[in-house]
Design a protein around this ligand. Structure first.
Ligand code: ADP
Length: 255
């Protein structure tokens, strides 16, 4: 404690400021280190689960415990399913780490929002024609000039639509709307599915977060889909958020 405003006083003040900055930086480093450890723990856990299941079934086949065709097919189907799930998880991890490494989204191009939305969403309409779940796309789209990386934005739609599809039942309806104001184009992807509890809602955009329900449902998602969306949207200078009611459905919006 040195209160006088003389040369020594200024020296003490500067020293104290330095001390505070160092403290902050060490705290930040500790938080980062903690989240890095959590990340590695989650990755190891999530990759190990399907792997040990694959190993179990392969060993079963090796041991010759499968004598009938039906059982053999069942084992093979599980192995294939788990392999696919591993593949999806690794793909999400790869995308997520690419986004982390590149520090944002590159190669933004000026595009007309109507053309862009049409190009991205048309294939989904085709995909959903053979599906019991209905996809409603609200047209006309706004005609705004926006700066986007098309591949990244397609990825956001991919993740949000895949999630919506996953959490609705056979009477599912997914609706996509877009509108524009002077600064932003805002898109909403709504579903009438299971909804998200208020506690989960605060965390769904964090990496590796999965609501307990979806964990127990044994769906092999990595909990990275929304974290990837958030990175991409923030990389465009926009925002993404969710409104949801348990039992009624969810609305994901991004600008
Ligand atoms: P993943 O789908 O790989 O588990 P995400 O990051 O895409 O990971 O989603 C995180 C969690 O958010 C999901 O596990 C799920 O609990 C919840 N969630 C995401 N989208 C929806 C939705 N449309 N309806 C209900 N819950 C959802």
């Amino acid at each position: 404690q040195y209160k006088k405003n003389n040369e020594m006083g200024r020296y003490c003040q500067a020293f104290d400021q330095l001390r505070m900055q160092l403290k902050e930086s060490l705290e930040k480093q500790a938080t980062l280190e903690k989240s890095r450890k959590e990340l590695i723990a989650s990755i190891s856990h999530d990759l190990r689960t399907p792997l040990s299941s694959i190993r179990g079934y392969v060993e079963g086949l090796e041991d010759g415990i499968v004598h009938d065709r039906e059982r053999f097919n069942r084992y093979m189907a599980v192995i294939k399913n788990k392999t696919e799930s591993l593949n999806n998880q690794i793909e999400s991890l790869f995308q997520y780490s690419q986004l982390e490494l590149s520090d944002g989204v590159r190669d933004l191009c000026r595009r007309n929002s109507e053309e862009l939305l049409e190009t991205i969403l048309k294939p989904y309409e085709v995909e959903f024609t053979d599906c019991q779940i209905r996809l409603g796309i609200s047209r006309p789209f706004p005609k705004a000039e926006i700066d986007v990386n098309e591949n990244s934005i397609s990825q956001v739609f991919d993740n949000l639509i895949a999630n919506a599809k996953r959490y609705v039942d056979e009477n599912g309806v997914i609706t996509i709307k877009a509108n524009a104001d002077v600064r932003y184009l805002t898109v909403s992807v709504s579903d009438n599915g299971s909804g998200i509890s208020p506690e989960d809602m605060q965390h769904v955009f964090e990496h590796f977060y999965r609501a307990e329900k979806s964990r127990s449902r044994n769906y092999g998602g990595a909990g990275l889909g929304l974290a990837i969306c958030k990175r991409i949207i923030e990389g465009h200078g926009g925002e993404i958020w969710v409104e949801s009611t348990v039992g009624a459905g969810s609305v994901f919006r991004f600008s």
